[in-house]
Design a protein around this ligand. Structure first.
Ligand SMILES: C[S@@+](CC[C@H](N)C(=O)[O-])C[C@H]1O[C@@H](n2cnc3c(N)ncnc32)[C@H](O)[C@@H]1O
Length: 211
């Protein structure tokens, strides 16, 4: 049932419909969480950065300017809004439509990969994280901010039932950051609660041991 609704095609359609209203929901509410997540990145200047599922570009004002910026999103409407915001902020960037489960970038290409509010949305977060691992340099940093169920807690029947609805129209509420990241080959260096208790967390991870 859940798998029937949380598909890539459905996400492309619904986020194209949500795009005009997205900032009303996700701008103000997440400002502090975004800042804390991106402040945890060790910025040296000149990094090649990829934002996966970049949406309308609400992370942009928390990024340093002297970076090589790439952004990708499934929804053309989101990419159009990202471009408009990045241009108005004066970023030099490339933004493309792309599925996070099939990134069209070479191995080891990026110093920083940002995944904010996408791991709980995409149908196959394992695959998305394997792709992030692949395109990240051996000493690269993965910056995640999302809602997660506490590690090691299986969702009860109530949460699973609610998830059938939330995952179809918004987001999965049963995913666990620790197992997802470690399974993909990452080690978590920082894990901070950033909103609604520990529901939303900001995590900084690196490759456990480059493959
Ligand atoms: C909740 S929004 C988050 C947007 C942005 N990262 C932010 O923090 O505001 C989820 C975004 O992921 C995009 N998305 C969903 N599935 C995707 C996929 N498989 N590949 C790339 N983008 C995807 C949606 O189009 C949407 O822009």
């Amino acid at each position: 049932m859940i798998a029937m609704f949380n598909t890539t095609a459905w996400n492309r359609l619904r986020y194209s419909l949500y795009a005009p209203l997205y900032d009303l929901v996700a701008d103000r509410a997440f400002r502090r969480a975004r800042r804390r997540a991106l402040d945890a990145v060790d910025w040296a200047g000149g990094e090649r950065v990829l934002i996966v599922g970049a949406g309308t570009g609400l992370d942009l004002c928390y990024l340093p300017r002297h970076i090589e910026l790439h952004a990708s999103d499934l929804s053309p409407a989101m990419v159009a809004r990202f471009r408009a915001r990045a241009e108005s902020l004066g970023f030099d960037f490339v933004a493309r439509e792309m599925d996070a489960e099939r990134l069209d970038f070479p191995d080891g290409h990026f110093d920083v990969v940002i995944m904010h509010l996408i791991l709980a949305v995409m149908p196959d977060p394992d695959r998305g994280l394997r792709e992030a691992y692949r395109v990240l340099a051996d000493d690269g940093q993965l910056c995640v901010m999302d809602k997660f169920q506490p590690d090691g807690h299986s969702p009860g029947p109530g949460r699973r039932a609610l998830n059938a609805l939330t995952s179809a129209i918004a987001t999965d509420i049963t995913r666990q950051a620790g197992p997802l990241l470690s399974e993909a080959g990452f080690v978590i260096e920082e894990d901070q609660p950033v909103m609604l208790g520990r529901l939303f967390r900001a995590l900084l991870a690196r490759k456990a041991s480059p493959r």
